[in-house]
Design a protein around this ligand. Structure first.
Ligand code: NI
Length: 180
């Protein structure tokens, strides 16, 4: 296992569209282990391959604070097959440093995916897990939660980031709680 560097907004690689995994091989399993290690070290509740510069459709999540019986979830090629209702959640992301915003998403989703052990699974999710699944699948599609807030808010955040970059303030020193 190895820690990977988490890409941060405005890194253009975060906008790349991940491709479906064709073959669950050793390299893919290594990627998933690295995602798990990197997520826990951050610490965060979720991490998508896109955030470490990989174009495989793989995500990991651990939202046991909300769903104690679930534990660690590793998903390959996750797809939302049903979405219902609407929920507003204050989101934070390991790739969006020092920022949270309320985002509207489906309240209830049914997600189909594969596990690294090549089992097909279905997850029926609501609350934090539903939000986190949609957030991670967005990453695989090259989207960040700030793409789902108003242009005005996004622009204000972009300006703050530019200022950190200009002033040389390491964004890593600023932490948001419960990043997904
Ligand atoms: Ni995120």
């Amino acid at each position: 296992m190895a820690l990977r560097r988490i890409l941060k907004f405005p890194d253009p690689e975060l906008k790349q569209l991940a491709q479906p995994v064709q073959n669950i091989d050793g390299q893919l399993q290594q990627l998933v282990s690295d995602l798990v290690e990197t997520m826990y070290a951050a610490p965060g509740l979720g991490l998508a391959a896109t955030q470490v510069g990989s174009l495989e459709r793989a995500v990991v999540l651990d939202v046991r604070e909300a769903e104690p019986k679930l534990g660690l979830i590793k998903l390959i090629n996750p797809v939302i097959v049903q979405a219902e209702g609407s929920i507003v959640w204050e989101e934070a992301c390991l790739s969006v440093v020092d920022y949270t915003a309320e985002v509207r998403r489906a309240a209830h989703v049914l997600v189909k995916a594969w596990t690294p052990e090549e089992k097909e699974i279905e997850i029926d999710a609501e609350g934090l897990l539903a939000v986190a699944l949609q957030h991670e699948i967005d990453h695989l599609d090259g989207k960040l939660f700030i793409d789902r807030i108003s242009r005005l808010k996004r622009d204000l955040y972009r300006r703050r980031v530019r200022k950190w970059i200009r002033d040389g303030v390491p964004p890593e020193s600023r932490k948001a709680a419960a990043s997904i």
